[in-house]
Design a binder for this molecule. Structure first.
Ligand SMILES: Cc1cc2nc3c(=O)[nH]c(=O)nc-3n(C[C@H](O)[C@H](O)[C@H](O)COP(=O)(O)O)c2cc1C
Length: 158
C-alpha cells in the first residue's frame, strides 16, 4: 500500500522532538548548517549519535568533505535560529554568534548544549543519508529546550 508523503509527514509530526542545528563545513572550512530533528543518541560505548540529512539540502556535500558535524541543541529562546537554518538561499551565519569547535565546525553560542562528532559511517536511507558520528566532545546544561510538535514550536510549562 503506497503512503501519501503528505499524510506520512502528518503522522510523523505526532512524534514530539527537540530541535537541533547540525553544523559542518565545506572543504575550504566555510560554515554550513541545517535545522534537524532527525537526531538520535545511538550508543554509549562507543559513544555514537546519528543524524539523517536530506540528499537535496544545499550543505549535503559538506558532510562528505569535512567528515565532521556538530549537533547544537536549541533553547526555547532560539526559535529564530531554527527558522533561519531551515531557510534555503540565505547567509545562515550572518549575525549568528558561534565559535569554531575542536573538530573545525561551528559551535553556536548560548545553546542547551553541543556534541562534536567525527563521521564514522554513512548509510543509505531513501532520500536521506544516515550519518553516524563518533562523539569527540559533548556538553549540555539548562532546562528550557525548544520543542517541535505537529509543525509548531512549543516550550515546556514554566
Ligand atoms: C523543525 C525542523 C526539523 C527538520 N529536520 C530535518 C532533518 O532532520 N533532516 C533534514 O535533512 N532536514 C530537516 N529539516 C529541513 C532543513 O532544515 C531544510 O531543508 C534546510 O533549509 C536545509 O538547508 P540547506 O538546503 O539550505 O542546506 C528540518 C526543518 C525543520 C523546520
Amino acid at each position: 500500500m503506497a503512503i501519501d508523503p503528505r499524510e506520512l509527514r502528518n503522522v510523523m509530526g505526532h512524534f514530539a522532538t527537540g530541535v537541533t542545528v547540525i553544523t559542518t563545513t565545506d572543504k575550504e572550512g566555510r560554515p554550513f548548517g541545517l535545522t534537524a530533528n532527525a537526531f538520535t543518541s545511538l550508543s554509549l560505548n562507543p559513544p555514537l549519535v546519528l543524524v539523517c540529512v536530506d540528499k537535496t539540502v544545499d550543505c549535503y556535500p559538506c558532510f562528505e568533505q569535512s567528515k565532521v558535524f556538530v549537533v547544537n541543541i536549541l533553547t526555547e529562546a532560539q526559535e529564530h535560529l531554527s527558522r533561519r537554518f531551515a531557510t534555503k538561499g540565505i547567509d545562515k551565519f550572518a549575525g549568528v554568534a558561534y565559535h569554531t569547535g575542536e573538530c573545525g565546525a561551528p559551535v553556536l553560542e548560548d545553546t542547551m548544549g553541543h556534541i562534536e562528532c567525527k563521521i564514522v559511517n554513512a548509510y543509505e536511507g531513501g532520500d536521506h543519508t544516515i550519518y553516524i558520528g563518533e562523539i569527540l566532545t559533548a556538553s549540555a546544561s539548562g532546562d528550557r529546550p525548544l520543542l517541535f510538535f505537529k509543525g509548531k514550536y512549543y516550550h515546556l510549562p514554566q
